[in-house]
Design a protein around this ligand. Structure first.
Ligand SMILES: Cc1ncc(COP(=O)(O)O)c(C=O)c1O
Length: 489
């Protein structure tokens, strides 16, 4: 007699005290038995009824477990012949790589802390989580999920939802002085994605790009990946030194700038420099990418208008993000394309880079439409100002001069200290300042320092974080934190 016609007997360990649904536990046991080979291809599983009786669960629970396995192509229903273990196909059983033998460094591990870890004090790029309107957001998202679930399913607009693009256009007029048509607004997953879309549209491979020096290291890497040659243009108290840029590379195809609050110096580009930059682009047919990562989040006054607000040359591509103003967890940003490029941006988005997160888009549209966004910005500015003042008062005794840039304090460290090693050491002690030197084109020539973001320094976190920082700084000029590129006197 064919043994495979006898239902398999298996030892099940069902634990009702675990917060794991019974269906999931049954599925896991059977999956393991199949992948381990304990249940061979063709073997018959017990009927729903028998296994339900054996385990003291409902028939529906077993049925749901079998259906999950069927979805994973691990079992096949064979009518009267019962449910059978599927014949293996190489594509069905996932290979089990030897995880220890493989080491793939996480992206950007040289310059950032691991992704997806809990944010630490001083960490750049994370907003005040304690001040995020979580209840309101959950309500808006639930509403959006419900609306989306009952809406007729049609191919979404690759530029993003019209209602959000209209809200963003209206909001930009108020907060950034930009007057644009909603069809000039193309949604992205954030600034980096906006830069990617822009580079896809412009196709500038092999050409030169002005990059602020110091400047956002990820943008610098992005341009290199996109096949551009970087021209590091110095930044001074008025922002990008346009005259130097022209002297270094008058024929550059593109300039990437942070005119609102320069990253990492915090300088707002002067009116004169804005004019010079736009005039250069207009004269020579260059493009300007305006990285408006902080938007209206200027802590000391009303933020200066966007560069695009004063551009009649149609050479500025404005790239925004909700990463700082709301949360990077939304994965949402936008590009405002100059009118002559708007259609092309839409075409490229449609073919290569359609807008993400339909439901999130709807929730953000409602967040803006109901007036929550401007209120949230106002509250965040006040909160970050308080936190910045708290940090300033706490570190008052530290001898080196400090300044503020955007949402961070810039703290120089003794010149013999390697700020990258110091930051890594800081992570191990539970704080996450960013090294300043990585913003420089030539790190070995940069004065070392730390960027201390103030956004998540709430209550007693500030005190503990500063204690840790001071201890680290105390020992930083000795041992392995010294710069290896400095020649001993
Ligand atoms: C200068 C600068 N630009 C842009 C961004 C935001 O990028 P994204 O929206 O892709 O997270 C950051 C984030 O830290 C930044 O520092």
């Amino acid at each position: 007699m064919d043994a495979s016609n006898h239902p398999a007997t298996l030892a099940f360990a069902i634990d009702r005290s675990r917060p794991v649904p019974l269906t999931t536990q049954i599925t896991a046991t059977l999956r393991m038995a199949i992948l381990d080979g304990q249940l061979e291809p063709g073997a018959r599983l017990p009927s729903w009824l028998d296994l339900a009786a054996q385990l003291g669960v409902s028939r529906g629970t077993v049925k749901a477990a079998y259906e999950s396995l069927e979805d994973e192509f691990l079992v096949v229903p064979c009518g009267a012949a019962g449910t059978r273990v599927a014949q293996p196909r190489t594509s069905i059983v996932p290979p089990t790589p030897n995880a220890e033998a493989i080491s793939i460094a996480a992206p950007l591990s040289e310059i950032t802390r691991s992704f997806s870890e809990r944010p630490l004090p001083f960490q750049m790029g994370v907003p005040a989580q304690d001040a995020f309107p979580a209840k309101l957001w959950a309500r808006l998202r639930t509403r959006a999920v419900r609306e989306d679930a009952s809406a007729p399913v049609a191919a979404p607009d690759p530029r993003g939802r019209p209602e959000l693009r209209a809200q963003i256009a209206a909001n930009l007029a108020i907060t950034r002085g930009i007057h644009c048509h909603p069809d000039q607004v193309i949604l992205t997953s954030g600034y980096k994605n906006g830069l990617c879309l822009t580079l896809l549209v412009l196709q500038l491979q092999g050409q030169r790009a002005w990059m602020e020096d110091p400047g956002y290291p990820i943008a610098r890497m992005a341009l290199e990946f996109a096949g551009l040659e970087i021209v590091p243009v110095p930044v001074d108290a008025e922002g990008l030194d346009v005259a130097r840029g022209i002297a270094m590379a008058p024929d550059a195809a593109i300039a990437i700038v942070t005119p609102g609050q320069q990253a990492p110096t915090g300088v707002t580009m002067s009116a004169e420099r804005r004019k010079e930059l736009i005039a250069w682009a207009e004269r020579h047919g260059g493009w300007i990418v305006e990285d408006d990562y902080l938007s209206e989040l200027q802590l000391d006054r009303r933020a200066a208008p966007a560069l695009m607000a004063g551009d009649t040359s149609e050479r500025v591509i404005h790239v925004g993000t909700f990463g700082k103003t709301l949360s990077p967890a939304l994965g949402l940003g936008f590009v405002v394309a100059p009118l002559p490029l708007a259609q092309r941006f839409g075409e490229v988005a449609a073919c290569l880079n359609p807008a993400p997160n339909l439901t999130t888009q709807l929730a953000v549209a409602n967040f803006l439409a109901d007036g929550h966004f401007l209120r949230h910005l106002r509250q965040m500015k006040a909160l970050y100002r308080d936190r910045r003042n708290g940090l300033c008062a706490r570190l008052n005794g530290y001898a080196m001069p400090k300044s503020f840039a955007g949402l961070a304090m810039v703290m120089p460290v003794p010149k013999d200290v390697d700020d990258v090693v110091l930051s890594r050491e800081a992570f191990r002690h539970g704080i996450a300042p960013a090294p300043l030197s990585v913003f420089h084109h030539d790190r070995s020539k940069a004065a070392p320092g730390l960027l201390l973001c103030v956004t998540n320094l709430r209550g007693n976190v500030l005190e503990r974080a500063c204690d840790t920082l001071e201890k680290l700084l105390g020992g930083a000029s000795t041992g392995n934190m010294r710069r290896s590129d400095l020649v001993e006197a």
